[in-house]
Design a protein around this ligand. Structure first.
Ligand code: CDP
Length: 146
C-alpha cells in the first residue's frame, strides 16, 4: 500500500490492473437517481447507481459522463469522488462520484428498465445492489433531511 512507483497500467501483470467501474450518484432537486438493472439475469431487478466500465486510456470522470450519456441520454457533470472503492466480481472495482445534471431528463435507454428519483427518506424503498449500498449511504448525506 505504500508502493508509490509509477507502474500502474503499464506492466504485464495484474497487480494494479483491476477494471474500474464508475458509477454516478446523480443528485438533482434534493433527490438521488436510482436505476433498475434489466440484465444480466442475476442482477436484473436490483437497483444501482448508473455507470459502467472505464475503457483503456479513458479518464474515470470521462467514462462517467459517457456512461450517463449512453445509458440515460443526459449530459452530466462529475462532482466529488465519494471516498472508498468496492470490489465487484474478481478483477473489477467500483468507484463512485456525485454528479449533477446539465441537460436532459434521464430515460432508461440501455441496461435499465426503470428509473426513480429518490428523496433521502425513500432511499431504502428499492433493493440496491449490495456493492452500491455504502456509496448510496454516503450520497444520502448530501441530500436534505426533510
Ligand atoms: O456498461 P458497461 O458494460 O460498461 O458496464 P456494466 O455492465 O453496467 O457494469 C459492469 C459491472 O459493474 C457489472 O458487473 C455491474 O453489475 C457492476 N456495477 C455495479 O456493481 N454497480 C454499479 N452501480 C454499476 C455497475
Amino acid at each position: 500500500m505504500t508502493d508509490s512507483t509509477p507502474h500502474h497500467g503499464t506492466g504485464p501483470g495484474h497487480g494494479t490492473g483491476a477494471v474500474v467501474v464508475v458509477a454516478a450518484a446523480l443528485l438533482d432537486g434534493g433527490r438521488l437517481l436510482a436505476a433498475r438493472r434489466s440484465a444480466p439475469e442475476e442482477l436484473a431487478g436490483r437497483w444501482e447507481l448508473p455507470g459502467g466500465k472505464v475503457e483503456p486510456g479513458e479518464r474515470p470522470e470521462d467514462a462517467l459522463v459517457r456512461e450517463l450519456r449512453e445509458e440515460l441520454g443526459v449530459e452530466a457533470e462529475p462532482g466529488e469522488r465519494i471516498p472508498g472503492e468496492w470490489p465487484l466480481k474478481p478483477g473489477y472495482v467500483l468507484k463512485v462520484w456525485t454528479a449533477r445534471l446539465l441537460s436532459g431528463e434521464p430515460r432508461p435507454l440501455e441496461d435499465h428498465d426503470a428509473l426513480r428519483w429518490l428523496a433521502r427518506h425513500e432511499l431504502d424503498t428499492v433493493d440496491w445492489l449490495d456493492q452500491d449500498r455504502p456509496a448510496v449511504a454516503e450520497a444520502a448525506r448530501r441530500l436534505p433531511v426533510a
